[in-house]
Design a protein around this ligand. Structure first.
Ligand code: ARG
Length: 283
């Protein structure tokens, strides 16, 4: 039986509910190029081990009662395992990705095909954006949070606001190690977030302090262990096992951390969240 917070502190929006996640098996995973500071082409990657770690992550979601859908991996696309980057889905609408780096460009087409085949409304992007890597949604606040500075073009933020008819808060990332928003910030539930302040510009930090005075604050070690690249269902927080400090903070904040070892996937500069695209249903 999973532990739940008392109903007094857990309004309906914080109930786990059943989430739908899209994932891509790392069948062709490798570090063949370096487009973020974590990637080192001279470090060998154990693809079999990556697959085993990834299967464990998928099983964890299923065991928590969530639905895991799969997109077929494609040869020649070693980063396709980071499914979060393929699109951003809110209200059952998929806003497509447009990758910054040519090495990943074809992934956007694969995701587009997948969403269209599923019968989902698909919006082709005009501006560069890396899907859920730089976008997230807080249903309790009716807010989209969006990152820019390394990958996603800030013009894509306005485009997303127009696609979804929702307010978008633009946040500027300034540390190249935290090149995607989902490496530096994550929703804990419909209203609350965790983030690493130093990953953001002074103005964005101020904005985050004002909007989220109750945020869980990560430190440099938490961020470096990919402790912010987690997936929360409002109760359980699936998080990289290496992020032991973050695991403690999450528990202290009233959540139930579920550590998963994704050490192989970290070599490509990603962890739990990068491997997971949330498909948020129609309102
Ligand atoms: N190697 C990939 C890249 O640099 C990692 C992507 C991680 N994904 C994420 N959602 N942060 O694009």
């Amino acid at each position: 039986m999973v532990k739940r917070r008392s109903s007094a502190e857990a309004p309906a929006i914080r109930e786990p509910g059943r989430r739908t996640y899209l994932m891509c098996r790392p069948a062709y995973y490798a570090v063949e190029y370096a487009i973020n500071p974590w990637m080192d082409t001279s470090t060998p990657v154990d693809a079999a081990r990556a697959c085993a770690q990834w299967e464990t992550l998928a099983d964890v979601y299923t065991d928590l009662g969530h639905e895991v859908l799969r997109i077929e991996p494609e040869p020649g696309l070693p980063d396709m395992v980071y499914a979060a980057n393929g699109a951003f889905v809110v209200d059952g609408i998929a806003y497509g990705a447009r990758f910054r780096h040519p090495q990943r460009t074809p992934e956007a087409d694969a995701h587009e095909k997948w969403h269209r085949a599923a019968g989902r409304t698909f919006v082709e992007p005009e501006h560069t954006n890396e899907g859920e890597g730089d976008f997230t949604y807080l249903p309790g606040r009716e807010l989209i949070l969006a990152g820019w500075g390394f990958r996603t073009d800030a013009r894509a933020h306005a485009e997303a606001a127009d696609v979804f008819g929702r307010q978008v808060v633009s946040l500027r990332l300034v540390d190249p190690r935290y090149y995607h928003l989902d490496t530096a910030l994550a929703p804990l539930d419909g209203e609350r977030i965790a983030y690493y302040p130093d990953a953001f510009s002074p103005g964005s930090r101020l904005l985050l302090e004002r909007l989220f005075p109750d945020a869980v604050i990560a430190d440099a070690d938490d961020a470096a262990a990919f402790g912010l690249n987690f997936v929360s269902d409002g109760t359980h927080v699936v998080v990289n096992a290496e992020a032991t400090g973050m695991v403690r903070k999450l528990r202290d904040a009233g959540y139930e951390p579920v550590p998963v070892d994704l050490s192989e996937l970290k070599k490509g500069g990603g962890s739990v969240k990068c491997c997971t695209a949330e498909l948020r249903p129609q309102r």
